[in-house]
Ligand binder design. Structure first.
Ligand code: F6R
Length: 606
């Protein structure tokens, strides 16, 4: 998704802006651009495609100016081309924008009637002309306030001005924005990652705030224009996790580091000596919670679905789950004794944030399970459970999925034990099993060769299906999502028992079907469903766990066996071959694995 960078300094900024734009590439984008102010003139250079193309643009070389803004664009209004790339400029100002201006059509009509000429198809350009118009009669701060008052929608903005040689304005509504502090220079960024190579001192803008950044001073204001004091946070300076190292792609690095990330997370929550779980400062009395709602998008939603199965198995709590983009617009029944749990890797997903905001406005109990602890979702939740898996750069979520499931499972075990829904000895045994999980994931990661071999069948297929029952059903959905987003192969995740209610009609000779059938309580039923698809010509890749008992079925195309653990934890192990299947299928096709087409890492527009 779009990314913003701004730098005001005493030295030329264009190459530092380009370096930071490279850091934002992981978000997924289709064009890039930069604008600097030099001797009272705003210069703009933009390119379609990668930041690399921008760097090659001859106009960049020798681009002067000690104040500037840069942007990577993920198209919303207008096709991805150079004209629509940001920044957008008039003679007076230049603007970069993340988000969507919902009333841009009305504003554009008004501005055209005032004589403004538009060059692009974007919604962003209205911002340029609005400020240009207001600056004719108002000072800078009042022009910003008036412009912000006109905009509907969600946005983060970075703006430079012809008449302000060392000044950047940042403004935020909905989309995240951070300010960084450096030696005799200051920065604006759409996430702390973009700023990390320059500083570890950061402040975040809250919703509705704007800031005026000069090279030696930053001021923050609320939506009425009153000054706001900000804390300066110190981020960890660990850069290592942001590099690919010897791996070909971030995705495969992130798959391979899952034993370590799970171990790190277990260390944070599990008292390994007493076999207990530590969740400190949980802000509610257990009597105050009788039901749970889990909310997320995409992969994070799949971990919510997984949690529903565990909650129902291990506790007596009522549980519902919701897709954030649906929840936020439905006529929800808010209940005082309900705990709302928001799951998000980035902590910035616009729909998930809006669902959280809605719950906060209704005074509900809100808890978030996030990876980025400085994120908006983490900051605005009553209680945060971090997943401790380090930066996830590959657009397709892998280690964060396992991390989300792990933290949700830990929370569920703790609640089950405190509520006495789960007997003490069972609780202790489950914690003992959990401690072994990183090692089992490491061993399962070795099932490599077979996955590489079968992946070409999926690569060449018109479509494929992923089937599972019970605990394996959310994993089937996740496996299908990974394959479609990375290898661009149509893949459907389905509950195995639903096949005969329609989708069985899709099965034809040679169609690859993944069947997740670990030897849990659903095993015999899933095997029957598997036979039904085999009988109709499907090429079945069976994923089960190791056992001395043979699988009682004929004509299975290939079988992959994961390690053994208790039924609750098998979903973690079943996920591994599916992540690799998607990876190798995309690799065979030569696709851009870390940045699949049309997708973005941090989905900050709805
Ligand atoms: C799929 C994927 C997405 C995200 C979704 C939510 O591989 O990564 O489906 O899971 O966009 O993102 P977060 O977790 O950042 O809220």
């Amino acid at each position: 998704m779009c990314g913003i960078i701004g730098i005001t300094s005493s030295k030329p900024v264009s190459s530092a802006i380009i370096n930071s734009l490279r850091k934002l590439e992981y978000r997924g984008y289709d064009s890039a651009g930069i604008a600097t102010l030099s001797e009272g003139v705003i210069n703009e250079v933009k390119s379609e495609g990668r930041v690399e193309n921008l760097e090659k643009n001859s106009a960049i070389k020798g681009m002067l100016g000690s104040v500037g803004i840069g942007h990577v664009r993920w198209a919303t209004h207008g096709i991805p081309n150079t004209i629509n790339a940001h920044p957008h400029s008039s003679e007076t100002v230049s603007v970069v924008h993340n988000g969507i201006i919902e009333n841009s059509t009305i504003l554009k009509k008004y501005l055209i009637s005032k004589g403004h000429k538009f060059k692009s198809q974007t919604d962003t350009e209205v911002i340029v002309h609005l400020i240009t118009e207001y600056l004719k009669e108002h000072d800078l701060k009042n022009s910003i306030l008036k412009m912000l008052n006109q905009l509907h929608g969600s946005f983060a903005l970075g703006i430079i001005f012809k008449d302000q040689p060392d000044l950047i304005v940042g403004a935020r509504r909905g989309s995240p924005l951070a300010v960084g502090y450096g030696p005799n220079e200051n920065y604006l960024g759409s996430d702390s990652y973009a700023l990390k190579s320059m500083t570890n001192k950061i402040s975040y803008l809250n919703d509705g705030e704007f800031c005026i950044i000069k090279k030696d001073h930053v001021e923050f204001f609320d939506k009425e224009g009153s000054k706001v004091n900000k804390k300066v946070l110190e981020l960890s300076t660990d850069e290592q996790n942001y590099e690919k190292g010897d791996f070909k792609h971030f995705m495969v690095k992130e798959i391979e580091e899952q034993p370590t990330t799970l171990k790190n997370c277990i260390k944070e929550y599990i008292d390994t000596i007493n076999n207990d779980i530590n969740i400190y400062n949980f802000p509610w009395d257990l009597k105050e919670i009788s039901s749970i709602t889990l909310i997320g998008c995409g992969t994070a939603y799949h971990s919510c679905l997984m949690a529903k199965y565990w909650f129902e198995e291990l506790t007596k709590l009522d549980v519902t789950i919701d897709i954030a983009s649906e929840f936020r617009y439905r006529n929800n029944r808010f209940k005082k004794d309900n705990l709302y749990i928001f799951v998000s890797q980035s902590g910035e997903t616009a729909d998930t944030y809006a669902a959280l905001d809605l719950c906060n406005k209704n005074n509900m109990k809100t808890c978030s399970v996030v990876n980025v602890i400085e994120s908006s979702i983490a900051r605005d939740s009553n209680f945060v459970l971090p997943i401790h898996c380090g930066p996830e750069i590959g657009v397709a979520s892998t280690k964060a999925f396992l991390g989300q499931m792990l933290v949700l499972y830990i929370l569920i075990l703790k609640l089950a034990s405190l509520r006495k829904d789960l007997e003490k000895n069972k609780y202790v045994n489950k914690i003992k099993d959990l401690k072994l999980l990183p090692k089992l994931v490491a061993e399962t990661l070795l099932t490599e060769t077979k996955i590489q071999a079968v992946s070409s069948t999926f690569t060449d297929a018109k479509g494929s299906m992923f089937l599972g029952r019970g605990f394996s059903y959310p994993i089937a959905l996740e496996g299908a999502l990974k394959l479609k987003e990375l290898a661009y192969v149509h893949a459907e995740g389905y509950p195995a028992g639903e096949m005969k209610h329609g989708p069985l009609a899709l099965i034809e000779d040679g169609m690859p079907v993944v069947v997740l059938a670990p030897r849990d309580s659903y095993y015999p039923k899933t095997i029957s469903n598997m036979q039904e698809v085999i009988a109709r010509g499907a090429k079945v890749l069976l994923i089960t766990n190791k056992s001395k008992d043979e699988v009682l079925s004929e004509n299975i195309w290939e079988t992959i066996e994961v390690e053994n653990t208790n039924d609750d934890l098998l979903p973690f192990l079943l996920t591994i071959p599916l992540q690799k299947l998607a990876y190798y299928s995309a690799l065979k096709k030569g696709y851009d694995i870390d940045k699949p087409r049309n997708l973005a890492k941090s989905v900050t527009v709805e």
